[in-house]
Design a protein around this ligand. Structure first.
Ligand SMILES: O=C(O)c1ccc[n+]([C@@H]2O[C@H](COP(=O)([O-])O)[C@@H](O)[C@H]2O)c1
Ligand SMILES: Cc1cc2nc[nH]c2cc1C
Length: 354
């Protein structure tokens, strides 16, 4: 019997071309000059293609799934923050005190927090989804970050979470992540999947100085030299140089696409995971929206490879899902415009002169 990953990949279809055509026609019949709502119109058309309906349902209720995990490569000194901050921030998410909680409250999104691989022991806490695959990855400069089996378990956990959220009525999934040192794994993934030089896709993460940035690039170069990951084998790439939250996010994206709901991507961690998701199932990109453009250089490179344009560009580099949740009102508005606006006919507004 095929496993959950294969099953899910097999279910992901293309966008519904009839619904896309109907949505384009409807956009052009609404009381505004054609194309005047810019990329909001494109978002609405793609939402119709995802749902197979015109107008598409509003992508609500929405939920951000914040996957938390730690990274063995932290031992190389790639982040200025202690590893315990990952666990401490999980407690902060659950208490409602993090940026993502405030942004989600304003945008009207639910927040779910998943321990997919935090190294520091976490006390059982109300609301925490405990799905730890292992207590952090191993250091990718000395061996694989994890086994292929562990990467698969994390992906399948992400799929199960996507399925559960949609079964509970959520109509939009938003990616969130928390993991000290995870911008190193993200840059490594982006270098592998795009073929970019590590120096071109490695950034300052939480805020490192020039010598640490040089060290981080060197760490990634050494890991890639050790593993020579094959971009055609995304499970092995994730296992060798990825993270548990990256793998779980791949599952969330594939699971969301299989359920035909939109998935909003946050920053560089989600973008790097999306490249792996695309390697498993090329048509997944039709279901993904880039919530925002992270300042990490790898984000732009990854989005170009995914063929996605970010909806918002406010210079954010936080993670947690913050930038993607901020884009939820834009995506929801796109659907509402297509559903609620009057047409030239219904409103009795004269059309453009021929
Ligand atoms: O989302 C982004 O683009 C982003 C950019 C920089 C940092 N982060 C967050 O910061 C943490 C990783 O930063 P670092 O420097 O420890 O690799 C992790 O918790 C991420 O959620 C996230
Ligand atoms: C405080 C803090 C909050 C974060 N949220 C996401 N990544 C983070 C990293 C740090 C260091």
């Amino acid at each position: 019997m095929a496993g959950l990953l294969d099953e899910t990949v097999a279910v992901i279809g293309g966008l519904d071309e009839d619904a896309i055509r109907a949505a384009r026609l409807r956009q052009d019949s609404l009381t505004k000059p054609r194309g005047s709502l810019g990329r909001l119109e494109d978002v609405s058309v793609r939402l119709a293609g995802i749902a197979g309906q015109c107008p598409p349902p509003l992508p609500l209720p929405a939920v951000v799934a914040v996957f938390a995990a730690d990274h063995g490569v932290h031992a190389q000194g790639v982040s200025p923050w202690p590893q315990e901050v990952t666990a401490q921030m999980v407690a902060n998410f659950l208490a409602g005190g993090a940026a993502v909680n405030a942004i989600a409250a304003q945008a009207g999104a639910d927040v779910r927090v998943v321990d997919i691989g935090v190294a520091t022991p976490l006390p059982a806490a109300a609301g925490l989804l405990s799905r730890k695959v292992r207590a952090g990855t191993a250091d990718m400069t000395t061996g694989p970050a994890m086994s292929a089996q562990e990467a698969l378990r994390a992906i399948e956990t992400g799929i199960e979470i996507a399925r559960g959220l949609v079964a509970n009525g959520h109509r939009c999934l938003i990616t969130g992540d928390m993991g000290i040192a995870n911008t190193t794994a993200s840059a490594a993934l982006i270098a592998v999947f795009t073929g970019a030089d590590p120096a071109a896709v490695t950034g300052r993460g939480t805020g490192i100085d020039d010598p640490t940035l040089a060290l981080k690039v060197d760490v990634i170069r050494r890991a890639l030299a050790l593993h020579s990951p094959d971009p055609a084998d995304p499970l092995e790439v994730l296992a060798r140089v990825g993270g548990l939250e990256h793998a779980a996010l791949v599952g969330l994206m594939l699971g969301g696409a299989a359920e035909r709901v939109p998935v909003l991507l946050d920053g560089v961690i989600a973008c790097s995971a999306a490249l792996a998701a695309m390697a498993f199932a090329p048509s997944v990109t039709g279901f993904l929206f880039a919530g925002h453009l992270s300042t990490e250089p790898g984000a732009r490179r990854a989005l170009d490879a995914l063929g996605l344009e970010p909806l918002i560009d406010l210079g954010l580099r936080l993670g947690e899902g913050s930038g993607a949740v901020l884009a939820l009102p834009v995506v929801a508005t796109a659907a509402r415009v297509l559903r609620d606006m009057a047409t030239f006919d219904s409103a009795g507004v004269s059309g453009e002169k021929a």
